[in-house]
Design a protein around this ligand. Structure first.
Ligand SMILES: Nc1ncnc2c1ncn2[C@@H]1O[C@H](COP(=O)(O)OP(=O)(O)OP(=O)(O)O)[C@@H](O)[C@H]1O
Ligand SMILES: [Mg+2]
Length: 269
């Protein structure tokens, strides 16, 4: 039985996820062995959708935490709150998932400071415990608890990387852009447009991805293609939809915008 504590975190409807490789089987095996998993890949390529889908598939509640620089260990683990009757302890989101058997997803883990991320260490090795120092408690993880993190290797600088000792605790699943026909299927379905139009958008994406490393930090993501598809499906002319959803958001550099725009125009001929 899942504690009612996590009822709000249950994934009740199947999130649409189109498998790209063997990631579903790998994740299922990882979950069966209760091994922590790291999802690696560029922005907008399906990591969050995948973990939502897997939580639904495995019937586990999903507690997602967006990591950021100012996040403290207390934001994850919990803190004492002052109440009229005295101080009461309140579990943080990680502790709730640990106690009640949820999947805890730490999104963009490298954004958190390294001294914060070490709180997950005892959870991600054979001990499977979470020490709550302030409370003098050692929480043993619920048998169904699993930890998942996401990580975008593209943006990492030496200062903002995971500690070796953190990295080496996780299995990793690599997310890239899917094959054109698969990506078009995803875009068609999510933007509710026809397959041919989706394929044209995927073609535009391929060209933007070729500019990666030539000034563009990253090419157009699947997410961007869906945005463009939604605009086009809503009646915006295709060239204008691509401009608003892809060309303008992806770079502020006028030369790059022009390069991208001409690549797009070539596609739309
Ligand atoms: N394989 C897929 N199956 C279904 N939808 C997908 C898939 N890949 C991408 N998408 C679509 O792309 C959108 C963006 O994906 P998602 O939010 O999961 O990206 P992400 O990898 O978590 O990005 P970020 O690193 O920026 O958080 C999703 O909302 C979904 O519509
Ligand atoms: Mg995400």
């Amino acid at each position: 039985m899942i504690g009612s504590e996590l009822d709000a975190f249950r994934v009740t409807r199947e999130p649409y996820y189109q498998p790209v490789g063997d990631e579903v089987a790998v994740f299922e095996a990882a979950y069966a062995a209760r091994l922590p998993v790291m999802l690696k890949g560029p922005t907008g390529c399906g990591k969050t959708r995948f973990v939502e889908h897997m939580a639904w598939r495995l019937g586990r509640p999903l507690v997602t935490i967006a990591c950021h620089e100012d996040m403290s260990a207390a934001d994850l683990a919990g803190r004492f709150l002052l109440e009229p009757g005295g101080t009461v302890w309140q579990d943080g989101p990680l502790t709730r998932a640990v106690r009640h058997g949820g999947i805890c997803y730490l999104d963009e883990i490298v954004e958190a400071r390294q001294d914060t991320t070490v709180v997950i260490h005892p959870l991600t090795d054979a001990r499977r415990v979470l020490p709550l120092d302030r409370r003098n408690e050692l929480v043993a993880a619920h048998p169904d608890f699993q930890l998942v993190i996401s990580y975008n290797p593209g943006y990492q600088s030496a200062v903002k990387d995971l500690k070796e000792s953190t990295k080496q605790r996780f299995l990793a699943i690599d997310f890239g852009y899917p094959a054109a026909s698969v990506e078009a299927e995803i875009v068609a379905r999510e933007a509710e447009i026809d397959h041919d139009l989706a394929l044209r958008l995927v073609d535009v994406a391929a060209r933007s991805r070729n500019l990666r490393g030539h000034g563009l930090a990253e090419g157009a993501s699947t997410r961007m293609l869906i945005h463009a598809g939604r605009l086009a499906g809503g009646g915006v002319p295709l060239a204008a939809a691509i401009r608003s959803a892809i060309v303008l958001p992806i770079t502020d550099d006028p030369d790059l915008r022009e390069a991208l725009q001409s690549a797009v125009s070539a596609c739309l001929q």
